[in-house]
Write a protein that binds this ligand. Structure first.
Ligand code: BES
Ligand code: ZN
Length: 451
C-alpha cells in the first residue's frame, strides 16, 4: 500500500496524462482523441478495482465508460458520474501555457479540462482506488458512468439512461462537476439551470452583394440577426418571449435568506471575476438570484459577412448566431424551444427568412438538500475542509441531473471542488491542486461514512 503523499503525487501525474489528451467532443476532428481519453478512463477504473468495465456506444456518439464493483452486499449503491470531454480552446493566443500541456503555477494546474471535468472526475476515481488499496474492498457498491459528450449536449447518455436505466439502478448519484462558493467554503450545489442551445439562421439576398450598389434596397441578414436578438431581450435584461416566464418558480424564502448570508462581495465579483465596468441584468433581483434562479438569453457568436482584417464592402447573403436560453425550474426545454421559435417568427424583419435549429437541450434541476446522502456529503466535506458546508446553486447546466431524477428516480449529490476563478470554458482554465487532494479525501470519507 502506498503512503498518502505518494498516492496523491501519482494521482496528479495520472491526471496530467489525461489532460494531455485533447478530447474536444464538439469537434469531429478530435474523435480519435476523445476515444483515447475514454480508453484512459477505462484503464483507470480497472486500476481502481472495478470488477467489470465497459465502453458503451450509442449510435455514432462518443463512448460512455462504465465500471462497477458490487461486492458490498446490503450497503447502498452509488452512481459516480463525471465527463472526460472538454470544451474547445479558442482563442489559443490567450493561453499563458498551451491548453494540453498541463503546467503548474501558484498551486494550480493549468490546462483545458483541469477543473471541468477531468480533474473532478479523477477525484472520484482516485478516492475509490484509495479505499480499495487500503481495505481490499469498498464500503458501498459503486457504478461509474463517465461520459464523453457532456460539453456538446450528452445525447448518448440521455438515450442510455432512458432505455437501459435498470442497469444503472442506484440509491444516489455523486457528481463532481460544480464549484465551491469560495476557496475555503465546501459547497454542495442544490440547483442548476437548464439550457436550450441552437443556431439562429438568417437568410436574405440570393448571394453576397456589393453594399454600395445595393445598400438601401437589399435586406442585410447580419443586421437582421441584431434586430431579432435585441427584440428577444431588452436592455433591462427581460426576455420578451411570450409566456417565457410562466413556469419560472421563485426560490423558497428560506433559500433566499441562506443566499443573503453567503459571503458575497458584489463589487469584488464585478471587478475580479467579471471584469466589466458594470453588472447588467434584471432590476429587482440580486446578482445571485440573476445567475442562479432567473432564466437568460445569451448570444455566443455571430458568423456572417466579412470578419477578416481590413475592409470589404459587402451585404452578406446569410448570417448565423449561436444562441442559448438558460432555464430555471419549472421551465421545460421543449416548450421553451417552441416559444423561442414563434417569438423569432414574430420579430423577424422584412426581406429575410429566419429559423432556429436546436443543437441540444437539457432541463433545469433542483435537489432537495434534506436527504441523508446530501447531509453525509456535507459532513465529510466539512471535516476535510475545516469549515461549515454551504448550499448554493449554479447558473451552469448538467443535464444528466434531471435525467437521473426522471428515469432512475435518484437524487444527485453535487460535491463541487472547482473555484469561481477556475476559468471554465475560457482560456487558462485551471484547477487548484489543494482541492484535488482534499476532494479525494472528502469523497473517500463520504463513501466510508455511507457504508
Ligand atoms: N461543469 C459545467 C457546468 C457547471 C459549471 C456547473 C459551473 C456548476 C458550476 C458543465 O460541464 C457545463 O459546462 N455544462 C454546459 C452544458 C452543456 C449542455 C453544454 C454548460 O453549462 O454550458
Ligand atoms: Zn463540466
Amino acid at each position: 500500500m502506498m503512503d498518502p503523499a505518494s498516492f496523491k503525487k501519482q494521482a496528479r501525474e495520472e491526471l496530467y496524462e489525461l489532460l494531455r489528451i485533447p478530447s474536444i467532443s464538439t469537434d469531429p476532428a478530435h474523435k480519435g482523441d476523445v476515444q483515447r481519453a475514454a480508453d484512459y478512463i477505462e484503464a483507470g477504473l480497472k486500476r481502481a478495482g472495478m470488477t467489470r468495465t465497459e465502453q458503451i456506444r450509442v449510435g455514432e456518439g462518443h463512448p460512455l465508460v462504465y465500471g462497477e464493483w458490487l461486492g458490498a452486499e446490503g450497503r447502498p449503491t452509488l452512481l459516480l458520474y463525471g465527463h472526460y470531454d472538454v470544451q474547445p480552446v479558442e482563442p489559443l493566443e490567450e493561453w499563458v501555457s498551451p491548453p494540453f500541456e498541463p503546467t503548474e503555477r501558484d498551486g494550480n494546474v493549468y490546462a483545458r479540462g483541469a477543473c471541468d471535468d477531468k480533474g473532478q472526475t479523477w477525484i472520484l476515481v482516485k478516492a475509490v482506488e484509495w479505499l480499495m488499496q487500503r481495505d481490499g474492498r469498498l464500503p458501498v457498491n459503486i457504478k461509474f458512468l463517465i461520459e464523453g459528450e457532456e460539453e456538446c449536449g450528452g445525447e448518448s447518455i440521455a438515450a442510455y439512461v432512458e432505455e437501459q436505466g435498470e442497469r444503472l439502478a442506484a440509491d444516489a448519484a455523486v457528481i463532481c462537476d460544480s464549484e465551491m462558493f469560495a476557496p475555503e467554503l465546501p459547497s454542495i450545489c442544490t440547483g442548476l439551470r437548464g439550457i436550450v442551445y441552437g443556431d439562429l439562421v438568417v437568410e436574405g439576398p440570393r448571394t453576397d452583394l456589393h453594399s454600395g450598389v445595393y445598400g438601401g434596397a437589399a435586406p442585410n441578414p447580419v443586421m437582421a440577426v441584431a434586430e431579432i436578438l435585441t427584440a428577444l431581450k431588452g436592455r433591462d435584461g427581460k426576455i420578451s418571449i411570450p409566456h417565457f416566464y410562466d413556469r419560472v418558480a421563485e426560490p423558497a424564502p428560506e433559500e433566499m435568506e441562506a443566499w443573503a448570508r453567503l459571503p458575497f462581495d458584489e463589487e469584488e465579483y464585478r471587478a475580479k471575476e467579471v471584469g466589466s465596468p458594470e453588472l447588467t441584468g434584471e432590476a429587482g433581483y440580486s446578482v445571485l438570484e440573476r445567475v442562479w434562479a432567473r432564466p437568460t438569453l445569451e448570444v455566443h457568436g455571430i458568423r456572417g459577412g466579412f470578419t477578416g482584417d481590413g475592409a470589404k464592402t459587402v451585404i452578406p447573403a446569410r448570417a448565423v448566431a449561436k444562441v442559448s436560453l438558460r432555464l430555471v425550474a419549472d421551465q421545460r426545454p421543449e416548450e421553451a424551444v417552441e416559444q423561442l421559435k414563434s417569438a423569432i417568427e414574430g420579430v423577424t424583419p422584412m426581406g429575410v427568412r429566419a429559423r432556429f435549429e436546436v443543437l441540444h437541450a437539457g432541463a433545469p434541476s433542483l435537489v432537495n438538500p434534506d436527504s441523508a446522502f446530501i447531509r453525509t456529503a456535507a459532513s465529510a466535506m466539512e471535516e476535510v475542509f475545516g469549515n461549515k458546508t454551504v448550499y448554493m446553486r449554479s447558473g451552469g447546466s448538467i443535464p444528466i441531473v434531471g435525467l437521473f431524477d426522471r428515469h432512475l428516480g435518484i437524487p444527485s449529490v453535487l460535491m463541487g471542488f472547482g473555484l469561481p476563478d477556475d476559468n471554465l470554458h475560457a482560456p487558462n482554465e485551471k484547477f487548484y491542486l489543494a482541492n484535488f487532494d482534499r476532494g479525494i479525501e472528502a469523497v473517500a470519507l463520504y463513501l466510508e461514512r455511507l457504508g
